[in-house]
Design a protein around this ligand. Structure first.
Ligand SMILES: Cc1ncc(COP(=O)(O)O)c(C=O)c1O
Length: 499
């Protein structure tokens, strides 16, 4: 099942390539080419620049969304249509950000929009009371994902993860939560732990009390032995409530997993009496209508939803799973048991529920996941050929419509106790280089996620992908091959982003 067309990426081969990338000095874009790319923004994007400058007075950093924080400055987007975005200065871009993943049908899909407009005319954006589309969406999800016997819609993926952990702790009576190093599960206190780089623990937990992450543990990516050791240690300390995983691997498969990994996690959870929680915020309805759980044939106890669950519209989140567990988040006092408190004024508003429902129907009617995955395969194969032809040791790999192009390896810096300071310096330098790649792609008319990830959509025809490959090629032509370089050119700056 599932719509990852070219078969499962060989995780071991990807890790070998990533190791090779990290052994050579960082691959840089030649200075003159980079200067020309920066001139594109300075000279070609005055309206974006002016709006963002003014926004800095009223909005911290000038933008509201981490993904919009692009170097050298964020672009203001005025129109979205299918495979394309248009900025305030009249430029067109191929959209591989796809809003961070939700718009698998392509930007501003007309069929879904028509239904949402109709709903808006009739019901308005919210009433606080029950609407038929809440039922329709829950039934539709359950039809495609048998493990989702019941579904409760929430406001975001972050909220879905919070709810999953709360239910797991309540149902098991245990406290420990195991996540995988490097994985992102939203920004609630307990999971801002070892983000992006395994082993970094509370590196980003500024403003978060130690008590909040006291029961959070991490296991190494794609490593069942590591998970078993953590579960064993937890058993001596009160036990594990749940193992929370991104089924494709941390950061949407940036660190990929072997095909058999998820089944192995399921077995370990059963052995240690922990619930298995799949964070399918990205993968649900992108990998296929049955999600990554359908693709791997593994049944989680709970599933976290976000993004596509509201079809690119706001209030995109939800928790689904086993009936006995989901009754713990029953509204009111239905369950007769202690409940895990969840809520949200805008959760399951008619617009989000209808947008989600019609998006799932459109995905099914048009075969959108398969189309997007084919586009992802074509993009990745095209990039691989171009990288090889230029002797660039940078891996391009994909899981269907989730594509990775690691020119810099910002998330793959190795940490060790003996070289903390130099590792921190290296992380900063590599992140800044990722920003430069992001800027270069943007100047070539390609919007990527943080200069290293591309989401494809059903709107990405062969023509769109071939056009994109020509644009990537121009950036790759401007990269200094590893042997031709003496010292590493200093990048300009660094920052971080998340969807
Ligand atoms: C795997 C994963 N989980 C959770 C989240 C958080 O979702 P949201 O941004 O809707 O809070 C994200 C967001 O990118 C994600 O990628």
């Amino acid at each position: 099942m599932g719509d990852i067309h070219s078969g499962h990426a060989d995780a071991a081969a990807v890790y070998r390539q990533l190791d090779a990338l990290m052994r050579v000095p960082p691959l840089c874009i030649r200075r003159p080419a980079m200067d020309a790319y920066l001139a594109y923004f300075e000279e070609g994007c005055p309206r974006s620049r002016a709006l963002v400058e003014e926004a800095k007075v009223y909005i911290p950093g000038g933008v509201q969304h981490n993904l919009a924080f692009n170097y050298p400055f964020p672009l203001v987007i005025e129109r979205s249509e299918g495979a394309y975005l248009y900025d305030a200065d009249g430029h067109r871009y191929i959209d591989f950000l796809q809003a961070g993943g939700p718009t698998i049908l392509g930007g501003n899909d007309p069929a879904v929009r028509a239904q949402v407009m109709e709903m808006l005319e009739r019901v308005g954006p919210s009433t606080g009371l029950f609407h038929e589309f809440e039922l329709k969406l829950a039934r539709e999800i359950s039809r495609h994902m048998p493990a989702v016997e019941m579904f409760r819609m929430l406001g975001s993926g972050t909220e879905a993860v919070m709810a999953a952990i709360r239910v797991a702790r309540l149902a098991t009576g245990k406290k420990k939560v195991v996540k995988i190093g490097g994985a992102y599960h939203g920004w609630s206190d307990q999971v801002v732990y070892s983000l992006k780089i395994p082993g970094t623990r509370r590196f980003e937990a500024h403003g978060i009390p130690r008590a909040a992450t006291r029961h959070t543990r991490e296991a190494a990516p794609n490593d069942l032995g590591s998970l078993e050791r953590v579960l064993r240690a937890n058993r001596l300390a009160g036990g594990t409530a749940c193992v929370l995983i991104e089924p494709l691997g941390p950061e949407s498969g940036t660190r990929p997993v072997d095909f058999s990994y998820n089944a192995g996690v399921r077995r370990l959870c059963d052995r240690f009496g922990a619930l298995l929680v799949f964070d399918e915020v990205v993968t649900a309805f992108r990998v296929g209508l049955a999600g990554a759980q359908g693709y791997f044939g593994v049944r989680p106890d709970l599933t976290c939803f976000g993004k596509i669950v509201a079809g690119g519209y706001p209030s995109a989140g939800g928790l689904g799973g086993r009936r006995d567990l989901m009754m713990r988040v029953a509204a009111g006092i239905e369950s007769g048991k202690k409940r895990a408190y969840v809520g949200g004024t805008m959760a399951a508003n008619p617009l989000s529920a209808a947008a989600g429902y019609f998006t799932l129907r459109e995905i099914e009617r048009t075969g959108a996941c398969a189309k997007a995955a084919r586009a992802g395969d074509r993009l990745t194969k095209g990039l691989q050929a171009r990288l090889t032809a230029r002797g660039l040791p940078a891996p391009a790999y994909n899981q269907g419509s989730i594509c990775h192009l690691e020119m810099v390896g910002g998330m793959f810096v190795k940490l060790s106790l003996t070289r903390i300071l130099s590792a921190l310096h290296e992380i900063k330098e590599r992140k800044a280089l990722m920003e430069e790649y992001g800027a270069a792609y943007m100047a070539e008319g390609l919007v990527t996620l943080a200069g290293s990830r591309m989401y494809t959509s059903a709107a990405d025809t062969d023509e769109v992908i071939d056009d994109a490959l020509g644009r990537f090629e121009r950036v790759l032509d401007a990269v200094e091959p590893p042997t031709a370089r003496g010292t590493v050119r200093a990048p300009s700056r660094g920052s971080e982003r998340h969807g």
